[in-house]
Write a protein that binds this ligand. Structure first.
Ligand code: GLN
Length: 297
């Protein structure tokens, strides 16, 4: 029988299902729409259409790679985030829907400020967080840092793709290390937060993502310790620090915020009801800052 869109999709979906891929039908549709360079809806409209052999071969090649648990986003080279289609590859973490909550929170905060604003994004990866904020808050500028050169290439590509390259500076380095002497209205980060021992129990798909973007050290909190203790030196008085956190990390990370001069500390849940974002406002507290440090340093 000839390869109609209908048959090709059904065959692929059953192959994916046999290997327990999570959303076999959806994945098959996304991959075929990618090969045909059309929208998913068109697969239904044209379901009787016969596909050229070359297309079927190309599609089956992608299905074979999907069967090896390579995430769909890497296979099509794109992931939607905040309504924008970000370019991704295996050098960056795939942007997650829950990170949109973090992005909106920081965007809203910056929008509420009167003047032009500047924020830092630590561990920018694909640039999804900072580029989305720049798109939605026109008066903002960003400094985005990543330790991976290869991730920064992707982020720079996305900055050009979404025409914000004039408002963002990229630095390769470890968290705050390339930012000495700079002051920001907000600092945002979705750092690696999976405890090292849990890395081997992750979904096979997640294991295809860069370990550098996932491994948060023994208890998963290494990056929060460093970010939260250094942040006061890089924030204006009243500046915002907002980070994404992993499951069951809210209390420990909240304590870290409390140990520094953060007030109005708030925790936000994701759509699955998991505490996912924590944010606080930095207040310079003269009571606790020795006078000699202010006047004579
Ligand atoms: N959200 C990712 C996961 O749970 C982890 C991302 C991160 O470590 N920042 O797979």
């Amino acid at each position: 029988m000839k390869n109609s869109i209908f048959k090709t999709l059904n065959d692929a979906a059953s192959r994916l299902e046999e290997k327990n891929i999570d959303s076999p039908r959806l994945d098959a549709e996304i991959l075929l729409a990618h090969v045909l360079n059309c929208r998913r809806l068109n697969l239904y409209v044209d379901s009787d259409k016969i596909l050229p052999l070359e297309t079927v071969l190309k599609f089956n090649e992608l299905i074979n790679r999907r069967l090896e648990n390579i995430p769909v986003a890497y296979l099509v080279g794109r992931k939607d985030f905040m309504g924008l289609s970000f370019t991704v590859n295996e050098n960056v973490l795939i942007p997650r829907p829950e990170t949109e909550i973090l992005t909106e929170l920081v965007g809203e905060y910056l929008r509420s400020l009167k003047n032009e604003v500047i924020f830092a994004d630590l561990g920018t990866g694909s640039g999804a967080i900072s580029i989305s904020i720049l798109k939605f808050v026109k008066k903002s500028r960003a400094v985005a840092v990543d330790i991976s050169d290869k991730a920064l290439e992707v982020a720079k590509f996305n900055a050009r793709k979404f025409h914000v390259e004039d408002r963002i500076k990229f630095f390769c380095g470890d968290l705050f290390s390339p930012l000495k002497g700079r002051i920001f209205n907000a600092i945002v980060s979705n750092p690696p937060y999976i405890p090292t021992k849990d890395l081997k129990t992750l979904q096979t798909e997640v294991k295809k993502e860069p370990q550098l973007a996932l491994d948060g050290g023994e208890d998963g909190l290494n990056f929060y310790r460093r970010i939260i203790s250094d942040a006061p030196r890089f924030l204006v008085d009243g500046g915002l620090l907002a980070v994404e956190i992993g499951i069951n990390q809210a209390n420990s990370v909240k304590k870290l915020f409390e140990q520094e001069n953060f007030v109005d500390i708030e925790i936000f849940k994701d759509l699955a009801g998991i505490e996912r974002i924590i944010a606080g406002i930095f207040k310079i507290d003269l009571k606790f800052t020795p006078c000699d440090k202010i006047f004579f340093s």
